[in-house]
Structure formats: C-alpha cells, structure tokens
Ligand binder design. Structure first.
Ligand SMILES: Nc1nc2c(ncn2[C@@H]2O[C@H](COP(=O)(O)OP(=O)(O)O)[C@@H](O)[C@H]2O)c(=O)[nH]1
Ligand SMILES: [Mg+2]
Length: 340
C-alpha cells in the first residue's frame, strides 16, 4: 500500500520547510509514504525548497493556473506514482500532520473513499466572526447540494482513495474544495469526515485577497455547481420565478380590465406576456441542460476508462494487472482486459 501526500503550493518557500518537516515518514497501514509538491508557477523558490527537502516529485507549472488545476494535477501524478490513498494538505502548516493517520483510517477500513478533515470552524478562535459565519454558510450550502453531512467543506486536509481519485474531475478553475464534495455526493463516492487540529497561520491567504473576493468566488462557485449538477432544478426554479411574476402582473391586468376597462394598463399585459415567454424558454433550457448533463456523465465514464487504460500502460496497480474494485462501476469489458 502506498500513500502519497500532495501539497499544492503558491509562493510557499517560507512555510514549506516547516510543513514538510512535520510530515510523517511512515503511516500505519502503508508500506510507503511519498510526498508530491505541485508548484503553481510560484515566483519564489518554492520548487527548489521542495527539492532540497527531498520530496519525491515536484510538478511545476510554468505559469499560474490556480489551486483547482494544481489539485487535479496532483491527483493525476499521485495515481501515476501508484498511490492507493492520496492525502492533500496545505503548505502553510495549518493542518497538523499527526492527524494524517486518523484521516486515512476510514479509507483503510473500507468505510469511505473520501475523508474531509473537520477543523470545527465554528470554534476556531483564530478565524474572525465573519469568516466563521461565511464558512458555516458555505458548508451548509454544500451539504444541501451534495446530500452529505460534511461540516467543514472548505477544509483542504483530505484523504481520497485511488478509486475516488480516478472518478473526480475538477472543472472549476478556482478551488477544488466545494466541487469535489458535491461530486462525491452526486457520484455516489462514500464521503465522511474526521476531526482534525488546525493552527493559526499568520501569512495572508494565497487564495483570497479579502472577504468580498472570498464571498464573490464562493457564491459564483456554488451557483455554477448548482446549475451544473442540478440543471433541471436550477432552470425550473429560475423559470418558475419568471412565470410567477408574469402571473401576478397578469392578474393585476385582469383586475384593472374588469374594474375600469383596462385602459392605460396595456404595459402590464405586455410585461406579463414577455415574462411568460422568457419563463417558458428558461424551462426549455432546463430540458436542454439536463440532456447535456447526461452527455457529460457519459464523457466522464469514458474518461474514467481512459485513465485506467493509461495507468495500466504506465505504473501502479492497474499496470500490475490488479482488477478494478468491485464498486468502481458496472461491466467494463475494455478496462477489464489484462495487459498484453
Ligand atoms: N497551486 C496553487 N496553490 C495555491 C493557490 N492558492 C493557494 N494555494 C495553496 O493552497 C493551500 C491553501 O492556501 P491558503 O492561502 O492557505 O488558503 P486559506 O487557508 O484558505 O486562506 C496552500 O498550500 C497554498 O500554497 C493557487 O493559486 N495555486
Ligand atoms: Mg491556509
């Protein structure tokens, strides 16, 4: 069994040595522990610092591509290295590396394929009241959308099994945290959480430039995720609001028509008609978006099979001819073929 610990980094030369020094060299249940650093085009010496501290692989982007891409690239490289379990942690030493052992346990016991470290943000003294409230709200929205019970959705301290890492497709170009939980919920990836310790970090966030940036990006991410994973509901709701408004205005027109002949209220009639049409078209969009969504499911299935074939040609359990896990999906005649 191999554990790969991945750390996405942006300009982390200062805190990375401390983070790396704290990582466990051995973890119960694993024969090997490796460290992978993804340097997202840092302008400081992050990659050199990582190499100097003996990490097993540094993936360096020539330009800045964002945390979500770095996370996804990390999963890809960890899979290529033959990881059975992948742990993601932050470079700012926020998460206590001693908790890695607890984080991987639900996967080792076969109870989950994704484990999110729960910092209990409502009680984190070093978070401001506003940050705690925002995180609480964001986590609540993610729970609604994903039908999971994850209390701390923005936590970057996570463990994912090989099977889950193969299935996850990060599409956001901002952060992976919310999207991966929603995907886990939608793709029937068993997800759970364990309590972890978190330390205050003094350095400014690399991810957000301030509270308003944080809110804008999080709301945009959640709205997009909702449209993406529940397209029919999303457009049905939007169309419903328009049609409800059209009905109210229409009733107002009818009332005026009956009471005083409707003279001078023709604008209401036009507005009601226009809203009704836009609402109906929005519902039609919902049907289209639903069909597109089905198509995406097929594409994701193809991607999953391709990843397996790719990995089979390279290294890792697939290359050694290990059969895919039972629950990884339905009949897979192509993927099940032994390598020649
Ligand atoms: N690759 C990459 N990593 C990032 C980016 N922004 C933040 N990170 C890394 O993601 C982790 C969490 O970032 P941090 O600034 O601590 O976020 P916060 O704790 O949510 O404020 C750290 O390891 C950062 O180096 C980015 O744009 N690209
Ligand atoms: Mg941090």
């Amino acid at each position: 069994m191999k554990l790969v610990i991945q750390i996405p980094c942006l300009d982390e030369e200062e805190t990375l040595p401390r983070t790396l020094a704290a990582l466990p060299r051995q973890v119960r249940g694993f024969d090997e522990v490796e460290v992978l650093v993804i340097d997202d085009g840092s302008r400081d010496a992050t990659a050199d610092v990582a190499r100097a501290h003996g990490v097993h692989e540094v993936v360096r982007f020539p330009n800045h591509q964002g945390l979500a891409r770095a996370f996804a690239a990390g999963l890809d490289h960890a899979l290529q290295r033959g990881a059975d379990v992948i742990v993601n942690t932050d470079a700012d030493d926020q998460y206590d590396a001693r908790d890695i052992e607890a984080l991987v346990q639900p996967i080792l016991r076969g109870e989950a394929d994704m484990v999110v470290g729960d910092r209990d943000p409502s009680r984190l003294a070093h978070f401001s009241v506003a940050k705690r409230a925002l995180q609480g709200l964001g986590s609540w929205a993610v729970r609604q959308l994903s039908s999971t019970t994850i209390p701390d959705a923005t936590s970057g301290f996570r463990a994912v099994s090989r099977a889950a890492a193969l299935k996850i497709n990060v599409l956001s170009d901002f952060t992976y945290t919310l999207e991966t939980i929603i995907q886990a919920g939608k793709k029937q990836i068993a997800v759970t959480h364990v309590p972890v310790r978190a330390r205050p970090t003094e350095r400014p966030s690399r991810l957000f430039s301030g509270a308003s940036h944080y809110i804008r990006r999080s709301v945009a991410t959640l709205l997009r995720m909702y449209a993406f994973y529940e397209p029919f509901k999303f457009f049905f709701l939007m169309g419903g609001v328009l049609i409800a408004a059209s009905t109210l205005i229409g009733i107002r027109f009818l009332y005026n028509y009956v009471s005083d002949g409707g003279a001078g209220h023709i604008q209401s009639l036009i507005l009601a008609g226009a809203l009704l049409m836009i609402g109906a078209v929005t519902w039609l969009f919902g049907v289209l978006a639903d069909l597109v969504g089905r198509n995406r499911q097929l594409s994701e299935e193809i991607l999953l099979r391709m990843r397996r074939l790719e990995l089979r040609a390279g290294s890792g359990p697939e290359a050694r001819g290990a059969p895919p896990r039972e629950d990884e999906a339905a009949p897979r005649r192509v993927a099940d073929r032994r390598p020649r």
